[in-house]
Design a protein around this ligand. Structure first.
Ligand code: SAM
Length: 264
């Protein structure tokens, strides 16, 4: 029998299986998760306490980067590997700056997609759908993208904490080239990626193994490998930085164990 939650967030459905979207939400301090996700999250935190700093700093980075883009004039966003859209989501952040901003959320986790659809509601400038980011044509050609976004104009492509779910054989660098070629000139990429630079190797290996037992891939790539992955996407003046040091504000912590970039 599926384990469900009757908590205040009333997640759709339930699951005996953990999912990265919900474990990450739990570790970031959210409530959009089931008991099995909390069990796995607690286990990973017991192995890698720093994972909590990563999740929290990643969400803060995502918010700062989305706001920065909206401030710079980007008015449409495609958030790929969006996870459980928490409050505030990207649409809330960017609409504080541009109330007409359009945001589409994509994930391959069915419960995340169902939750995100509920978050979007009947708003015609928001949308959420199920797709695998490795299917570039399927993502960019999806009817919800075609309806909500104008791909003849620049968009903000967000890939926060998702590229490290791709194996080398998935050719993540090739995928980033394909997205860039398909998008209008002037489009921007926001990306973050777990880094092994500041973490003990054995902790990382144990956390990755715990995830792998649940069918979840997480591969840390260091600064140089992340830079190589970006291919033709050129980092802006800020460059590739630890998340908590990327255009920091007063809310930033002191460590993040991942790198982030805004690129064009
Ligand atoms: C760690 S969560 C990050 C959530 C959100 N982007 C953030 O930074 O707060 C990674 C998300 O990527 C999704 N994901 C992983 N591989 C994916 C793929 N191949 N296609 C689409 N989504 C994917 C997972 O389901 C999960 O929701």
């Amino acid at each position: 029998m599926a384990i469900t939650d009757s908590g205040p967030d009333q997640l759709p459905g339930g699951s005996d299986l953990p999912s990265l979207a919900r474990v990450y939400d739990y570790v970031a301090g959210g409530t959009l998760n089931f008991p099995i996700d909390r069990t796995v999250g607690q286990h990973i935190l017991s192995l890698v306490p720093a994972y909590r700093d990563f999740a929290k700093e990643n969400r803060k980075f995502l918010h700062r980067a989305a706001a920065f883009l909206a401030d710079s004039g980007t008015d449409q966003f495609l958030d790929v590997g969006a996870g459980m859209v928490a409050d505030p989501g990207v649409h809330t952040i960017v609409r504080r700056i541009n109330p007409n901003a359009r945001v589409v959320y994509v994930d391959h986790d069915p419960i995340a997609v169902e939750h995100n659809r509920r978050v979007c509601g009947a708003d015609e400038r928001l949308g959420a759908f199920h797709a695998d980011l490795r299917d570039v044509d399927g993502v960019l050609g999806h009817p919800i993208v075609r309806d909500r976004l104008d791909l003849d104009r620049p968009i903000g492509l967000i890939m926060a904490a998702v590229l490290h779910c791709l194996l080398e054989e998935d050719k993540p660098g090739r995928l980033l080239i394909d997205y860039r070629q398909a998008l209008a000139p002037g489009s921007r990429l926001v990306a973050s990626h777990v880094s092994p630079d500041a973490l003990p190797v054995d902790q990382l290996a144990e956390a990755a193994a715990t995830y792998a037992r649940s069918g979840i891939t997480v591969i840390a790539r260091d600064h140089a490998d992340f830079a190589a992955l970006l291919g033709p996407w050129q980092p802006d003046d800020e460059g590739i930085r630890s998340l908590h040091q990327w255009r920091p504000d007063q809310n930033c912590g002191e460590a993040s164990y991942a790198n982030g970039v805004l690129a064009h």
